[in-house]
Structure formats: structure tokens, C-alpha cells
Design a protein around this ligand. Structure first.
Ligand SMILES: Cc1cc2nc3c(=O)[nH]c(=O)nc-3n(C[C@H](O)[C@H](O)[C@H](O)COP(=O)(O)O)c2cc1C
Length: 210
């Protein structure tokens, strides 16, 4: 039995393509893995806080020296990291906002990329002191975009700070097995959007079956 963490980050409800596709992914997953368990986290409609000064002080204070106030400053981060550590597989819906991720998802990333919990700093290793602390997880990211052509070498490839950024941020903590599915053309013709949705649905079905 494995555990799936399902995260959405669109502020939209029924009109969100990323939200609909992650739901379809999880429904298909539950059909093929009926004993797996799922945790749901919605950072789009219930945003997590931004990191603030008490958070930063607390994160860089050794655990045994933290006051009750400093422990409280990390309460949300601890819960989000516990959720992440418990998951074998992640499925995440991420709209493209201004060529990157919505600020709500960036706030989530800032809460979970944390020293001594998801990465370590080894001062002895001058060449690469940062060590990921998560291992063996698989991540599926379903993006939604208004336009298309964001692949390497395509017309907007140089403007894509969404999937390259997600690979770097999650790779930094050890989540390197990442597969992307893109729903594109939300701002273009209904035919091109429908074709993109159909291709994404077929890819999701294939991924879940595999
Ligand atoms: C604030 C904002 C910024 C956006 N920026 C981009 C962008 O940079 N590139 C793009 O292709 N689409 C952009 N879009 C369009 C969304 O990516 C598109 O509507 C997508 O379907 C949203 O995801 P959702 O359907 O899951 O809500 C933007 C939309 C909003 C509201």
C-alpha cells in the first residue's frame, strides 16, 4: 500500500483545468490502486502563509534550542513537510502565472524547502554543501497554461520559468523523478484547448496504467 499526496494550486474552482486533471488522475489512480491512501492539500483556495522573520529565525535555530514561540512559527511548515515525507507519490496541479508558478505555490515551496528537514548543509563539502534529504518519491505535475509553445526550442521556450523551476526546486530536496503533463491554450481557440485536454487525458491514463 502506497500513499499519494494530491496538491492543487489554482485559485479557480470548476473552471480550473489543472484542478480537473489532477482530480481525474487521482480517480484513475484509486481505480488501479484501490488500497493506496490519499491526502489532499489545496494551496490555491486555502493558501499557506508566506515565510516571515520568526519562521526564518526558527528554521535556522537548532531544534533543541527552539522556544515555544519559535516552534509555533514552524507549525505549518512541519505539517506540510510531514505530509510530503509520508507520500510515495505526488500529483500536483500548477497553473502558469506570468511564466512561472502562482505565488500560492511558491509560498508552499518556501514552507517545504527547509534546512535539516528536506535538505542539509554539509560545511565539509566545499564543492556541493547542499544535500537533499528526500529519496525515492515520484512526482507528477499537471500544468495549465493560456498559451502553448513553451517547450525547449519552441517560440516561448525562453520564457518558461515554470517546469524548469519546479525541477530545480523539488530536485534540490531530492524529488528528481518528475513527469509533466501540460494542458495548454486556455486563452486560444476552443478546438486547440480541447485537443490539448484530450492529449493530457490520454497521457494521464497512460501514466496511471504504467
Ligand atoms: C495572473 C495570471 C497570469 C497568467 N500568466 C500566464 C502566462 O504567463 N502564460 C500563459 O500561457 N498563461 C498565463 N495565464 C493563463 C493561465 O495559465 C491559464 O488560464 C490556466 O488554464 C490557469 O490554470 P487553471 O485552469 O488550472 O486555473 C495566466 C493567468 C492568470 C490569471
Amino acid at each position: 500500500m502506497a500513499h499519494l499526496l494530491h496538491i492543487d494550486s489554482s485559485p479557480r474552482d470548476d473552471r480550473s483545468h489543472s484542478r480537473r486533471m489532477t482530480r481525474e488522475f487521482v480517480e484513475a489512480w484509486q481505480q488501479t490502486h484501490p488500497h493506496d491512501t490519499v491526502t489532499y492539500r489545496d494551496v490555491g483556495r486555502q493558501p499557506v502563509p508566506h515565510v516571515d522573520e520568526p519562521w526564518i529565525v526558527a528554521a535556522y535555530t537548532p531544534e533543541e534550542q527552539r522556544t515555544p514561540e519559535l516552534r509555533e512559527a514552524l507549525r505549518v511548515s512541519d505539517r506540510l513537510i510531514d505530509e510530503l515525507i509520508a507520500a510515495d507519490t505526488l500529483v500536483v496541479g500548477v497553473p502558469m502565472y506570468n511564466f512561472s508558478v502562482p505565488s500560492t505555490f511558491k509560498a508552499y515551496i518556501d514552507q517545504i524547502v527547509r534546512t535539516s528537514r528536506t535538505f542539509a548543509i554539509d560545511p565539509e563539502d566545499a564543492e556541493d554543501p547542499y544535500k537533499p534529504l528526500l529519496h525515492g518519491k515520484k512526482m507528477f505535475v499537471i500544468t495549465a497554461r493560456g498559451a502553448s509553445g513553451f517547450g525547449p526550442g519552441e517560440r516561448y521556450g525562453h520564457m518558461n520559468h515554470q517546469d524548469p523551476y519546479l525541477r530545480v526546486a523539488f530536485g534540490f530536496i531530492g524529488i528528481t523523478n518528475i513527469t509533466f503533463v501540460h494542458v495548454e491554450n486556455d486563452e486560444h481557440s476552443s478546438e486547440s484547448l480541447a485537443a490539448s485536454i484530450a492529449a493530457a487525458q490520454a497521457q494521464v491514463a497512460e501514466l496511471v496504467a504504467a
